[in-house]
Design a protein around this ligand. Sequence first.
Ligand SMILES: *[C@@H]1O[C@H](CO)[C@@H](O)[C@H](O)[C@H]1NC(C)=O
Ligand SMILES: *[C@@H]1O[C@H](CO)[C@@H](O)[C@H](O)[C@H]1NC(C)=O
Ligand SMILES: *[C@@H]1O[C@H](CO)[C@@H](O)[C@H](O)[C@H]1NC(C)=O
Length: 424
Amino acid sequence: MSRAERHLLLAVALCAAVLAFSPPCACAAASGASNGKPLVTAITKDAATSLYTIPIKDGHPLVLDLAGALVWTTACDAAGGNATLECHHHYCMHAHSYHPPNCPHNGYGRADAGDPFRCKCTAHPYNPFSGDSATADLTRTTLSANATDGKNPLFPVKFTAVASCAPDSMTVKLPAGAVGVAGVGRTRLALQAQVARSQKVANKFALCLPGGAGAGDAGVAIFGGGPLFLLPPGRPDVTATLAGETPLRRSKDNFSPGYFISATKIAVNQQQINLYSNDPLLIELSTRIPYTELRPDVYRALIDAFDKATTGRKRVSPAPATATAAGFELCYDSRELGSTRVGYAVPQIELVLDGGKNWTVFGGNSMAQVSGDVACLAVVRMKGEKGNPPAVVIGGFQMENNLVVFDEEKQRLGFSGPNPSPSW
Ligand SMILES: *[C@@H]1O[C@H](CO)[C@@H](O)[C@H](O)[C@H]1NC(C)=O
Ligand SMILES: *[C@@H]1O[C@H](CO)[C@@H](O)[C@H](O)[C@H]1NC(C)=O
Ligand SMILES: *[C@@H]1O[C@H](CO)[C@@H](O)[C@H](O)[C@H]1NC(C)=O
């Protein structure tokens, strides 16, 4: 086995570890509560869209959205007709705390045809991939996952969650088979906040996004935090031995419920890249985009620094059409890059975060294989940015095979790095 193949297996092993265990005990009855145990679910990457899904709606997938304010689904099961919340319900107010772009403000609800004194809550499900939004009932629906002790799935759990119903037309551009979006942003109606209330677990979750889109390449999401023990047995809880953490920030305009952190500088091969200003760099984490997007000034500085740091490496220029289409500028003959246990042997990119820890991007998360012999630096220039965009939006590829912990209670983001155990 080549070093690159071995690396791939190890990387896959990081995400796949929790799923390698036996299925939950079939004799345990489905229940509404996990008795304070976190819930675990597989994460699948869709090859066509590069989006990540979790099978929590009766086994049907919902797309994970770190900047999503709500859970919405086209598979509504308005149980008994009383499932729609009333307008004065506090969840109705929460559902309106973030308003999707280009969606008309039309109040909190609609009159109930059968009862003129009732007002039924509507919300605005939003599809960030098509840009479509709708006005639809805010209802209660049933979701399911497995309780876990961090080593094994223990038993299936069904729980009721507040979700917005959405018309079928809202699934445009979602992966085939997906029946909605699971918003896991920093809101009261996001999936992890609802799991925290219904299961009496911490308001935090951990994601290990899978690197491959093959059948055996599942990642893992744990709602309620850790612990999480990876194979082989005997290794410490990954969530307690993270490589770094940093405070969570808010978006500059407060209009996004997503996850933001702040960096003081960016370095390539430990050399700080030259930016025009020394202002803190706001960084968003996003599962909506496949590859990290950089504000044009940051993009140029990073590309120039990476170019310089790879002088003498064999280039593929002009870049292949697939790379240009993706927006990649720097491409290399991957047969000559050399590999390490964390991917191709290329200069590391460090985001020096508030609090002093570095989010380090090694070859496995910086270089995308665009064809058999060509790998490109997988970052793209931000387009159509308006107002005050973040300096960096970290995309899915750059988070893969890294356990990232989103902790609303401590308002901190933690990460394992691609190599969470020294034994590797
Ligand atoms: C729960 O575990 C079962 C058996 O392993 C699996 O089929 C199901 O997909 C799991 N549910 C989720 C939401 O991951
Ligand atoms: C719906 O609510 C009404 C009024 O509260 C109640 O009388 C009725 O039994 C409820 N129906 C169901 C199916 O829960
Ligand atoms: C973080 O990265 C910077 C820039 O490369 C480096 O100078 C610093 O030593 C790193 N800090 C840690 C804690 O590794």
